[in-house]
Design a protein around this ligand. Structure first.
Ligand SMILES: [Mg+2]
Length: 115
């Protein structure tokens, strides 16, 4: 089981500023059976509303510095956080997540970058 945490601002297409991760990428990850959600500095309720607005049911929403709690909640074999800043990288590493910069994620083909 792979768990992917997406930052929102600068990472997701609906972030502010918009990033390059589209909804198709997230849907594809769900199709592959991945656990998915967001870890952002935005308030939890706001993150939930954004996902709801875009028609995606996520497994979790989290504050960025609470990634360790996500790891505790969801047993998985791989934990990955995708974000656009060194803060994302910092908190991902602290939590024992792998980290990818959003610019390292090619297009809407998550299968191509996860494996
Ligand atoms: Mg960001």
């Amino acid at each position: 089981m792979t768990l992917i945490s997406f930052d929102i601002d600068g990472t997701m297409i609906f972030g502010s500023p918009p990033g390059t991760i589209g909804l198709d990428t997230v849907r594809r990850a769900k199709e592959l059976g991945y656990l998915i959600g967001s870890a952002s500095d935005r308030p939890i309720g706001n993150q939930e509303e954004l996902w709801r607005t875009h028609g995606i049911t996520v497994d979790f929403v989290s504050l960025k510095h609470h990634l360790p709690q996500i790891k505790d909640r969801f047993p998985a074999t791989r934990y990955l956080h995708i974000g656009d800043t060194w803060m994302d990288q910092h908190f991902a590493k602290l939590a024992g997540f792998q980290f990818l910069y959003v610019h390292e994620v090619p297009g809407d083909e998550p299968g191509s970058w996860v494996f």
